[in-house]
Design a protein around this ligand. Structure first.
Ligand SMILES: NC(=O)c1ccc[n+]([C@@H]2O[C@H](COP(=O)([O-])OP(=O)(O)OC[C@H]3O[C@@H](n4cnc5c(N)ncnc54)[C@H](OP(=O)(O)O)[C@@H]3O)[C@@H](O)[C@H]2O)c1
Length: 289
């Protein structure tokens, strides 16, 4: 039995689709509202309705399962951002231990910030540490920034021709399509023949600076798009005006600062290369929009 969390999320939905396409069974999903899944999907999977933060939901979902796809929802309104990730990971660790799940494939993030604060990267690496204590073998899929993050600024990209973050435009960092992460996750989930725990970097075809992203957007959309680097202070204020907690907003600013000044490119072995180019992703995003 393979359990899939966040089956309505960007990665989780694609993981589920991949496993169904490969006729892998049995599958169980943990979902807040099963009506969000199509009838066709519900007919082929066992559904547990519940909340990831509720230990009872996790024990119901994990019971009798061998393998788990674990993806933590982001928590941009948490007063203690990293603490919230850690708390949920600790709940998962205990439920994995109690249920005897033996393999976990978890969504994490690329980078090695060590003790340097790096917001979501720090949070996900703390999650890794907690899951390593679960007793299960783990694969931590350390993706670069998702191409899909551009969708948060899609209106501005299309209508104003600009997108913003708080890091210099000329620093290349790894960026990746979530469908490529999902494809790798599905392969690990379907394979019952691995042990031990390790991180797997998933870094896209090449590192991209935000200026390079702007060039790709300009070419693919056929209209000028530029990247604007905001000051950390202004960027944090924008995030907070959109409802993020001060701690979560500061975390993103910290992450960009880490990526700008201390990030060392992760090693790109064969497993780290993912196929979808940004240009391909933009074409398909533009078609869907
Ligand atoms: N953005 C990046 O560049 C990046 C890079 C590396 C790693 N990550 C990590 O990727 C993860 C997010 O993955 P994603 O983008 O695929 O997720 P997503 O699209 O944001 O989806 C969130 C999912 O979590 C579910 N969910 C939220 N709260 C829940 C709860 N209390 N109980 C049960 N389910 C709940 C949602 O279900 P509903 O349909 O019920 O709302 C939805 O399925 C985060 O951990 C993030 O840090 C992000």
């Amino acid at each position: 039995m393979i359990v899939i969390t966040t089956p309505t999320g960007k990665i989780g939905a694609q993981v589920l689709r991949e496993l169904l396409a490969k006729d892998i069974s049995p599958l169980r999903v943990l979902v807040r509202d099963a009506r969000k899944l199509s009838e066709a999907v519900r007919a082929r999977v066992e559904t547990v309705e519940g909340d990831l933060h509720q230990p009872a939901s996790l024990s119901k979902a994990f019971g009798g399962a061998s393998t788990l796809f674990w993806c933590q929802p982001d928590c941009p309104d948490a007063p203690d951002y990293v603490g919230a990730y850690e708390a949920l990971a600790t709940t998962a660790r205990d439920a994995i231990r109690a249920s005897g799940v033996s393999r976990v494939v978890a969504i994490s993030a690329a980078g090695s910030p060590g003790n340097r604060p790096a917001g979501p990267i720090t949070a996900l690496h703390r999650m890794e540490a907690a899951l390593r204590e679960s007793g299960a073998a783990c694969r931590f899929l350390r993706g670069g920034s998702f191409y899909e993050n551009l969708l948060w600024q899609w209106e501005s990209i299309l209508h104003e021709g600009v997108f913003v973050y708080s890091m210099p435009g000329d620093t290349p960092t790894p960026q990746v399509a979530t469908k490529d992460i999902a494809a790798v996750a599905a392969r690990w989930l379907a394979d019952a023949d691995w042990v031990g725990s390790e991180a797997v970097s998933l870094l896209g075809p090449r590192d991209l600076s935000f200026n390079a992203v702007a060039t790709e957007l300009t070419q693919a959309l056929g209209r000028p798009v530029r990247y604007e680097a905001m000051s950390p202070h202004s960027y944090r204020d924008i995030l907070m005006s959109m409802g993020q907690s001060e701690d979560a907003a500061q975390g993103l600013v910290d992450m960009f600062e880490y990526l700008a000044v201390a990030y060392h490119p992760d090693e790109r072995d064969d497993r780290a290369l993912t196929p979808t180019t940004l240009a391909q992703w933009i074409q398909s995003a533009a078609r869907s929009a």
